[in-house]
Design a protein around this ligand. Structure first.
Ligand SMILES: O=C(O)CCC(=O)C(=O)O
Ligand SMILES: [Fe+2]
Length: 237
């Protein structure tokens, strides 16, 4: 792993993909833990307005908040910590580990920025781990616009429309994707079977814990803490 090259790539593109970062045995174990959890808890917590407007269907789970330690070893992985140091600087903070579940037949996630880019230095970092392969037959590919973490606000428009310069990622079991919170990204609809990803969110030193409370979509800004649309966004004619 060439950490300096990856950090340079992150700075330029707003994301990096490292295949075979995590070993198969760990991935298979976590995949079982995740599937067992959601088997019992298939409910959605988002309200109807959010589901309808955001074109986003994800059920989050924060295993460490429930005393589950299966996910700790990734958080403590020295290579991951080193890579994080290189991309967002020393003294970064680990925010939480969030597993995301999208059921077969659901919309995935519309284009978004995890937090507003109003202050370019204020952002979260997604450190995404995939415990099983994301392939075209299943859907749920992660799509990014390279360099968009430096392009300011995601333009208003079609929540799931295509960008000419978008890149489709198909992370495999054990792949690590590191994604800047301002990078324009989405998840394609889920077709073949359920989809899971696990996000070890982090942020540069000094970033408030609620940095991702407001998410920017192409048709609105949405605040999770009180489930409200704080801004409707319309395309200028
Ligand atoms: O699951 C993915 O591939 C991306 C999820 C995402 O948008 C995020 O964690 O902010
Ligand atoms: Fe996101």
């Amino acid at each position: 792993m060439n950490i300096a090259a990856l950090a340079k790539q992150f700075d330029e593109e707003g994301y990096i993909v490292v295949e075979d970062f995590f070993d198969d045995g760990l991935m298979e174990h976590l995949d079982c833990v995740i599937r067992a959890y959601y088997g019992d808890n298939p409910d959605f917590w988002h309200n109807e307005e959010f589901l309808e407007k955001s074109h986003t269907e994800v059920v989050p789970w924060f295993p460490q908040r429930e005393g589950n330690h299966d996910f700790d070893s990734i958080e403590q992985d020295e290579r991951l910590q080193q890579l994080t140091n290189e991309v967002i600087g020393a003294d970064w903070n680990s925010q939480y580990c969030m597993v995301m579940f999208s059921k077969q037949g659901t919309a995935g996630q519309a284009w978004h920025q995890d937090c507003p880019p109003d202050d370019p230095s204020r952002h979260n970092l997604n450190r995404l781990v995939y415990t099983s392969d994301i392939v075209d037959e299943i859907g749920g590919q992660t799509v990014v616009v390279p360099g968009s973490h430096k392009h300011g606000e995601l333009p208003a428009g079609d929540p799931t429309g295509e960008f000419d310069d978008q890149v489709v990622l198909r992370p495999k079991k054990g792949t690590l994707v590191i994604l800047h919170g301002h990078t324009w990204h989405r998840v394609m609809p889920i077709k073949g079977s359920d989809r899971f990803s696990t996000n070890y969110r982090a942020a540069p030193a000094g970033t408030p814990d609620d940095v991702t409370d407001v998410c920017v979509y192409r048709n609105m800004r949405y605040r999770f803490s009180d489930s409200s649309v704080i801004e409707e966004r319309v395309t200028q004619a």
